[in-house]
Write a protein that binds this ligand. Structure first.
Ligand SMILES: [Ca+2]
Ligand SMILES: [Ca+2]
Length: 376
Protein backbone atom coordinates (compact mmCIF):
# COMPACT_ATOMS: atom_id res chain seq x y z
CA UNK A 1 0.00 0.00 0.00
CA UNK A 2 1.19 3.54 -0.68
CA UNK A 3 0.30 6.83 1.00
CA UNK A 4 0.73 10.30 -0.47
CA UNK A 5 -0.54 12.22 2.54
CA UNK A 6 1.25 11.09 5.63
CA UNK A 7 -0.84 8.01 6.17
CA UNK A 8 -4.43 9.32 5.99
CA UNK A 9 -5.09 7.46 2.75
CA UNK A 10 -3.50 4.31 1.37
CA UNK A 11 -3.57 3.02 -2.20
CA UNK A 12 -2.95 -0.61 -3.12
CA UNK A 13 0.08 -1.21 -5.36
CA UNK A 14 0.46 -4.32 -7.46
CA UNK A 15 3.39 -6.43 -8.57
CA UNK A 16 3.45 -9.26 -11.06
CA UNK A 17 4.89 -11.63 -8.42
CA UNK A 18 2.73 -14.21 -6.66
CA UNK A 19 5.22 -14.49 -3.80
CA UNK A 20 4.78 -13.02 -0.34
CA UNK A 21 6.43 -9.65 0.24
CA UNK A 22 8.02 -9.70 3.68
CA UNK A 23 10.27 -6.65 3.55
CA UNK A 24 10.20 -3.28 1.82
CA UNK A 25 12.75 -0.50 1.68
CA UNK A 26 12.57 2.88 -0.06
CA UNK A 27 15.45 5.28 -0.04
CA UNK A 28 13.67 8.07 -1.95
CA UNK A 29 10.06 8.68 -3.11
CA UNK A 30 10.68 6.89 -6.39
CA UNK A 31 13.21 4.15 -5.90
CA UNK A 32 12.71 1.19 -3.62
CA UNK A 33 13.06 -2.53 -3.07
CA UNK A 34 10.86 -5.31 -1.88
CA UNK A 35 11.98 -8.76 -0.80
CA UNK A 36 10.16 -11.93 0.16
CA UNK A 37 9.42 -15.40 -1.03
CA UNK A 38 7.11 -18.36 -0.83
CA UNK A 39 7.13 -21.83 0.78
CA UNK A 40 4.16 -23.04 -1.25
CA UNK A 41 5.70 -24.73 -4.24
CA UNK A 42 9.35 -24.84 -3.50
CA UNK A 43 11.51 -22.57 -1.41
CA UNK A 44 12.29 -19.57 -3.49
CA UNK A 45 13.16 -15.91 -3.03
CA UNK A 46 11.84 -12.78 -4.67
CA UNK A 47 13.50 -9.39 -5.02
CA UNK A 48 11.56 -6.63 -6.74
CA UNK A 49 12.61 -3.10 -7.50
CA UNK A 50 10.73 0.04 -8.58
CA UNK A 51 11.89 3.36 -9.92
CA UNK A 52 8.51 5.07 -10.15
CA UNK A 53 7.33 5.06 -6.57
CA UNK A 54 5.76 1.60 -6.67
CA UNK A 55 3.62 1.88 -9.79
CA UNK A 56 5.69 -0.67 -11.66
CA UNK A 57 7.91 -3.41 -10.19
CA UNK A 58 10.57 -5.44 -11.95
CA UNK A 59 11.62 -8.87 -10.76
CA UNK A 60 15.37 -9.08 -10.21
CA UNK A 61 17.51 -12.12 -10.86
CA UNK A 62 16.96 -14.79 -8.20
CA UNK A 63 20.03 -15.11 -5.99
CA UNK A 64 18.91 -17.75 -3.50
CA UNK A 65 16.21 -20.34 -3.05
CA UNK A 66 15.70 -19.20 0.57
CA UNK A 67 12.75 -17.05 1.49
CA UNK A 68 13.98 -13.53 2.22
CA UNK A 69 12.54 -11.89 5.32
CA UNK A 70 14.31 -8.52 5.48
CA UNK A 71 16.47 -6.26 3.35
CA UNK A 72 18.49 -3.10 3.62
CA UNK A 73 19.65 -1.03 0.66
CA UNK A 74 22.01 1.91 0.42
CA UNK A 75 21.47 2.94 -3.19
CA UNK A 76 19.50 1.78 -6.23
CA UNK A 77 22.04 -0.96 -6.90
CA UNK A 78 23.47 -2.19 -3.60
CA UNK A 79 21.84 -3.92 -0.66
CA UNK A 80 21.77 -6.82 1.76
CA UNK A 81 19.02 -9.31 2.35
CA UNK A 82 18.59 -11.90 5.08
CA UNK A 83 16.46 -15.00 5.02
CA UNK A 84 15.83 -18.53 6.08
CA UNK A 85 18.70 -20.80 7.15
CA UNK A 86 20.68 -17.78 8.35
CA UNK A 87 21.33 -16.52 4.85
CA UNK A 88 22.92 -13.09 4.58
CA UNK A 89 23.49 -12.09 1.04
CA UNK A 90 24.88 -9.00 -0.54
CA UNK A 91 22.94 -8.05 -3.60
CA UNK A 92 24.45 -6.02 -6.38
CA UNK A 93 21.36 -5.43 -8.46
CA UNK A 94 22.49 -6.04 -11.95
CA UNK A 95 20.71 -3.22 -13.73
CA UNK A 96 20.15 -3.58 -17.41
CA UNK A 97 23.10 -1.57 -18.58
CA UNK A 98 21.52 -1.31 -21.98
CA UNK A 99 18.51 0.61 -20.62
CA UNK A 100 18.35 4.37 -20.57
CA UNK A 101 15.79 6.56 -18.80
CA UNK A 102 13.11 8.25 -20.85
CA UNK A 103 13.38 12.05 -21.21
CA UNK A 104 10.44 14.42 -20.83
CA UNK A 105 10.23 16.43 -24.06
CA UNK A 106 7.66 19.08 -23.05
CA UNK A 107 8.63 22.71 -22.50
CA UNK A 108 9.28 23.56 -18.83
CA UNK A 109 7.70 27.02 -18.76
CA UNK A 110 4.13 28.01 -19.53
CA UNK A 111 2.19 31.24 -19.39
CA UNK A 112 -1.58 31.10 -19.02
CA UNK A 113 -4.33 33.69 -18.62
CA UNK A 114 -6.46 33.42 -15.51
CA UNK A 115 -9.88 31.87 -16.20
CA UNK A 116 -8.71 30.10 -19.38
CA UNK A 117 -8.11 26.38 -19.68
CA UNK A 118 -4.55 25.13 -19.31
CA UNK A 119 -3.81 21.58 -20.48
CA UNK A 120 -0.44 19.87 -20.26
CA UNK A 121 -0.01 16.54 -22.05
CA UNK A 122 3.21 14.88 -20.93
CA UNK A 123 5.47 13.48 -23.66
CA UNK A 124 8.72 11.60 -23.37
CA UNK A 125 11.32 10.00 -25.59
CA UNK A 126 12.77 6.61 -24.67
CA UNK A 127 15.75 5.56 -26.75
CA UNK A 128 14.88 1.88 -26.43
CA UNK A 129 11.26 2.59 -27.29
CA UNK A 130 10.11 1.36 -23.87
CA UNK A 131 6.50 2.21 -22.99
CA UNK A 132 6.57 5.29 -20.72
CA UNK A 133 4.13 6.05 -17.93
CA UNK A 134 3.70 9.46 -16.30
CA UNK A 135 2.90 10.66 -12.80
CA UNK A 136 2.28 14.21 -11.49
CA UNK A 137 3.22 15.56 -8.08
CA UNK A 138 3.17 18.86 -6.16
CA UNK A 139 0.49 20.46 -8.34
CA UNK A 140 -1.93 23.26 -7.26
CA UNK A 141 -5.55 22.40 -6.41
CA UNK A 142 -6.88 23.84 -9.64
CA UNK A 143 -4.93 21.31 -11.74
CA UNK A 144 -6.43 17.83 -12.11
CA UNK A 145 -4.21 14.97 -13.35
CA UNK A 146 -5.62 12.21 -15.56
CA UNK A 147 -3.33 9.62 -17.21
CA UNK A 148 -0.67 11.57 -19.08
CA UNK A 149 -2.39 14.99 -18.88
CA UNK A 150 -2.95 17.56 -16.19
CA UNK A 151 -5.38 20.42 -16.78
CA UNK A 152 -7.55 23.10 -15.17
CA UNK A 153 -8.60 26.75 -15.10
CA UNK A 154 -6.48 29.00 -12.89
CA UNK A 155 -9.00 30.89 -10.75
CA UNK A 156 -9.05 34.68 -10.63
CA UNK A 157 -6.08 35.89 -8.63
CA UNK A 158 -4.26 32.52 -8.70
CA UNK A 159 -0.56 32.72 -7.93
CA UNK A 160 2.23 31.54 -10.24
CA UNK A 161 2.78 27.85 -9.65
CA UNK A 162 4.60 24.69 -10.73
CA UNK A 163 4.19 20.91 -10.79
CA UNK A 164 6.44 17.86 -11.07
CA UNK A 165 6.24 15.31 -13.90
CA UNK A 166 7.85 11.89 -13.58
CA UNK A 167 8.26 9.83 -16.73
CA UNK A 168 9.18 6.18 -16.13
CA UNK A 169 9.99 3.26 -18.42
CA UNK A 170 9.37 0.91 -15.50
CA UNK A 171 12.99 0.84 -14.45
CA UNK A 172 14.41 4.29 -14.93
CA UNK A 173 12.76 7.66 -14.77
CA UNK A 174 13.07 11.35 -15.54
CA UNK A 175 11.76 13.98 -13.11
CA UNK A 176 11.15 17.55 -14.27
CA UNK A 177 9.51 20.64 -12.78
CA UNK A 178 7.17 22.66 -14.99
CA UNK A 179 6.47 26.27 -14.03
CA UNK A 180 3.21 28.05 -14.85
CA UNK A 181 3.01 31.84 -14.82
CA UNK A 182 -0.50 33.22 -14.40
CA UNK A 183 -1.35 36.42 -16.25
CA UNK A 184 -4.22 38.56 -15.06
CA UNK A 185 -6.71 39.76 -17.65
CA UNK A 186 -7.16 43.52 -17.54
CA UNK A 187 -10.78 44.69 -17.69
CA UNK A 188 -11.57 48.17 -18.90
CA UNK A 189 -13.32 50.53 -16.50
CA UNK A 190 -17.03 51.07 -17.17
CA UNK A 191 -18.86 54.32 -16.58
CA UNK A 192 -22.09 53.40 -14.85
CA UNK A 193 -23.60 56.44 -13.33
CA UNK A 194 -23.31 59.64 -15.33
CA UNK A 195 -26.32 61.10 -17.14
CA UNK A 196 -27.65 64.41 -18.46
CA UNK A 197 -27.89 67.04 -15.76
CA UNK A 198 -29.36 70.48 -15.22
CA UNK A 199 -27.66 73.01 -12.99
CA UNK A 200 -28.25 76.52 -11.76
CA UNK A 201 -25.83 79.16 -12.97
CA UNK A 202 -25.78 80.62 -9.47
CA UNK A 203 -23.87 77.77 -7.87
CA UNK A 204 -21.32 75.05 -8.50
CA UNK A 205 -22.50 71.61 -9.53
CA UNK A 206 -20.23 68.82 -8.25
CA UNK A 207 -19.91 65.13 -9.16
CA UNK A 208 -17.86 62.68 -7.09
CA UNK A 209 -16.39 60.51 -9.86
CA UNK A 210 -15.41 57.49 -7.71
CA UNK A 211 -19.05 56.43 -7.64
CA UNK A 212 -19.44 56.86 -11.40
CA UNK A 213 -17.24 54.05 -12.75
CA UNK A 214 -16.22 50.55 -11.79
CA UNK A 215 -13.21 48.52 -12.82
CA UNK A 216 -13.06 44.81 -11.99
CA UNK A 217 -9.35 44.76 -11.35
CA UNK A 218 -8.30 48.32 -10.56
CA UNK A 219 -9.09 50.54 -7.61
CA UNK A 220 -11.04 53.78 -8.05
CA UNK A 221 -7.98 55.68 -6.82
CA UNK A 222 -5.89 54.42 -9.75
CA UNK A 223 -8.35 55.53 -12.43
CA UNK A 224 -7.56 58.66 -14.38
CA UNK A 225 -10.43 60.99 -15.40
CA UNK A 226 -10.73 63.64 -18.07
CA UNK A 227 -13.77 65.93 -18.23
CA UNK A 228 -14.24 68.42 -21.04
CA UNK A 229 -17.00 70.86 -21.92
CA UNK A 230 -17.96 71.83 -25.48
CA UNK A 231 -18.66 75.42 -24.35
CA UNK A 232 -16.09 77.57 -22.61
CA UNK A 233 -18.86 79.27 -20.61
CA UNK A 234 -19.36 76.01 -18.74
CA UNK A 235 -16.16 75.77 -16.75
CA UNK A 236 -14.79 72.44 -15.56
CA UNK A 237 -12.62 72.10 -12.47
CA UNK A 238 -11.38 68.54 -11.89
CA UNK A 239 -9.48 67.93 -8.68
CA UNK A 240 -8.96 64.71 -6.75
CA UNK A 241 -11.64 62.88 -8.76
CA UNK A 242 -14.28 65.47 -7.90
CA UNK A 243 -15.43 67.53 -10.86
CA UNK A 244 -17.09 70.90 -10.31
CA UNK A 245 -19.00 72.76 -13.02
CA UNK A 246 -19.73 76.45 -12.91
CA UNK A 247 -21.20 78.90 -15.43
CA UNK A 248 -21.72 82.28 -13.77
CA UNK A 249 -24.24 84.52 -15.58
CA UNK A 250 -24.61 82.05 -18.47
CA UNK A 251 -27.53 79.98 -19.60
CA UNK A 252 -27.39 77.36 -22.32
CA UNK A 253 -26.67 73.78 -23.22
CA UNK A 254 -23.23 72.18 -23.47
CA UNK A 255 -21.93 68.71 -24.24
CA UNK A 256 -19.78 67.31 -21.46
CA UNK A 257 -17.45 64.40 -22.18
CA UNK A 258 -16.28 62.15 -19.34
CA UNK A 259 -13.38 59.79 -20.03
CA UNK A 260 -11.92 57.33 -17.53
CA UNK A 261 -8.75 55.31 -18.04
CA UNK A 262 -7.11 52.58 -15.96
CA UNK A 263 -3.32 52.20 -15.45
CA UNK A 264 -3.13 49.96 -18.52
CA UNK A 265 -4.83 52.60 -20.67
CA UNK A 266 -8.10 50.71 -21.03
CA UNK A 267 -10.78 53.39 -21.15
CA UNK A 268 -14.47 54.19 -21.29
CA UNK A 269 -16.14 57.47 -22.14
CA UNK A 270 -19.60 58.98 -22.19
CA UNK A 271 -21.03 62.23 -23.49
CA UNK A 272 -23.91 63.91 -21.66
CA UNK A 273 -25.86 67.15 -21.98
CA UNK A 274 -25.54 69.84 -19.35
CA UNK A 275 -28.33 72.41 -19.17
CA UNK A 276 -27.51 75.58 -17.30
CA UNK A 277 -30.49 77.60 -16.14
CA UNK A 278 -31.02 80.90 -14.43
CA UNK A 279 -33.64 80.53 -11.67
CA UNK A 280 -34.70 84.18 -11.67
CA UNK A 281 -35.68 84.00 -15.37
CA UNK A 282 -37.93 81.04 -14.74
CA UNK A 283 -39.95 82.97 -12.16
CA UNK A 284 -40.83 85.60 -14.77
CA UNK A 285 -42.64 83.05 -16.96
CA UNK A 286 -46.23 84.17 -16.44
CA UNK A 287 -48.27 82.04 -18.82
CA UNK A 288 -51.42 80.52 -17.32
CA UNK A 289 -51.38 76.73 -17.65
CA UNK A 290 -54.44 74.85 -18.86
CA UNK A 291 -53.94 71.97 -16.43
CA UNK A 292 -52.47 71.19 -13.02
CA UNK A 293 -48.85 70.09 -13.04
CA UNK A 294 -45.88 69.23 -10.89
CA UNK A 295 -42.55 69.12 -12.76
CA UNK A 296 -39.46 67.11 -11.99
CA UNK A 297 -37.18 69.25 -9.87
CA UNK A 298 -33.97 70.58 -11.43
CA UNK A 299 -31.16 70.16 -11.09
CA UNK A 300 -31.58 66.57 -9.98
CA UNK A 301 -29.57 65.12 -8.39
CA UNK A 302 -28.70 68.34 -6.61
CA UNK A 303 -26.46 69.67 -3.91
CA UNK A 304 -28.17 72.04 -1.50
CA UNK A 305 -30.60 73.84 -3.79
CA UNK A 306 -33.10 72.74 -6.40
CA UNK A 307 -36.07 74.23 -8.21
CA UNK A 308 -39.56 72.69 -7.93
CA UNK A 309 -41.99 74.01 -10.56
CA UNK A 310 -45.73 73.54 -10.42
CA UNK A 311 -48.59 74.94 -12.50
CA UNK A 312 -52.09 76.07 -11.40
CA UNK A 313 -54.83 76.86 -13.95
CA UNK A 314 -56.63 78.79 -11.20
CA UNK A 315 -56.03 80.18 -7.74
CA UNK A 316 -55.80 77.37 -5.21
CA UNK A 317 -54.68 76.54 -1.68
CA UNK A 318 -51.30 74.84 -2.27
CA UNK A 319 -49.53 72.52 0.12
CA UNK A 320 -46.02 71.49 -0.96
CA UNK A 321 -44.10 69.19 1.40
CA UNK A 322 -40.99 67.01 1.40
CA UNK A 323 -40.96 63.51 2.90
CA UNK A 324 -38.19 61.02 3.55
CA UNK A 325 -38.14 57.34 2.48
CA UNK A 326 -40.04 56.32 5.63
CA UNK A 327 -42.83 58.72 4.71
CA UNK A 328 -42.00 61.13 7.54
CA UNK A 329 -42.48 64.85 6.92
CA UNK A 330 -39.08 66.50 6.39
CA UNK A 331 -40.17 70.07 5.65
CA UNK A 332 -43.37 71.91 4.76
CA UNK A 333 -42.46 74.24 1.89
CA UNK A 334 -45.75 75.94 1.03
CA UNK A 335 -49.11 76.10 2.77
CA UNK A 336 -51.03 79.06 1.35
CA UNK A 337 -53.23 80.32 -1.49
CA UNK A 338 -51.29 80.73 -4.71
CA UNK A 339 -52.44 82.55 -7.86
CA UNK A 340 -52.92 80.83 -11.21
CA UNK A 341 -49.72 80.43 -13.23
CA UNK A 342 -46.39 78.62 -13.09
CA UNK A 343 -44.51 78.88 -9.84
CA UNK A 344 -40.95 77.93 -8.98
CA UNK A 345 -40.05 77.10 -5.44
CA UNK A 346 -36.34 76.94 -4.70
CA UNK A 347 -35.78 74.44 -1.94
CA UNK A 348 -32.64 74.89 0.10
CA UNK A 349 -31.79 71.46 1.55
CA UNK A 350 -28.55 72.61 3.19
CA UNK A 351 -29.35 71.10 6.58
CA UNK A 352 -30.58 67.72 5.35
CA UNK A 353 -28.62 64.53 4.75
CA UNK A 354 -27.88 63.09 1.30
CA UNK A 355 -30.50 60.68 0.04
CA UNK A 356 -33.75 60.10 -1.74
CA UNK A 357 -36.71 62.31 -0.78
CA UNK A 358 -40.25 62.71 -2.09
CA UNK A 359 -41.99 66.01 -2.70
CA UNK A 360 -45.74 66.16 -2.85
CA UNK A 361 -48.14 68.86 -3.97
CA UNK A 362 -51.78 69.10 -2.91
CA UNK A 363 -53.79 71.76 -4.74
CA UNK A 364 -57.52 71.17 -4.47
CA UNK A 365 -58.20 67.74 -5.98
CA UNK A 366 -54.73 67.62 -7.58
CA UNK A 367 -52.22 65.48 -5.69
CA UNK A 368 -48.82 64.49 -7.17
CA UNK A 369 -45.66 63.04 -5.66
CA UNK A 370 -42.19 62.95 -7.22
CA UNK A 371 -38.79 61.76 -6.15
CA UNK A 372 -35.66 63.86 -5.76
CA UNK A 373 -32.08 62.99 -4.93
CA UNK A 374 -29.90 65.13 -2.68
CA UNK A 375 -26.14 64.44 -2.99
CA UNK A 376 -23.72 66.34 -0.85
CA1 LIG B 1 14.43 2.93 -21.49
CA1 LIG C 1 -8.65 47.55 -15.31
Amino acid sequence: MKTFDGGNNWEPQTTNSDNNILSIHFFNPLQGWAAGGTYLTQEQSTILRTSDGGKNWITCNRITSQVLTAGSFIDPDTGWVVGDLASILKYSGAPDINNHPPGVTNPRKFCVFEDSLFTFTAKAFDIEGDPVTFAFYDYPVWLIPADNTISGNPPKGAADTSFVVVASDGEMSDTVTVSVTIKTVNKAPVITNISDFTMLNTEEYAIQLDSCACDENDLCETLCWQVTSSDTNLKVNLNNRIVKFSAPHWTGVADVKFRVMDPENAADSVKVTATVVNPTQIEKDNKIPVTWSLNQNYPNPFNARTVIRYGLPEKELVRLSVYNLKGELVEKLIDKDMPAGYHDFIWNADRFASGVYFYQIQAGQFVRTKKLLLIK
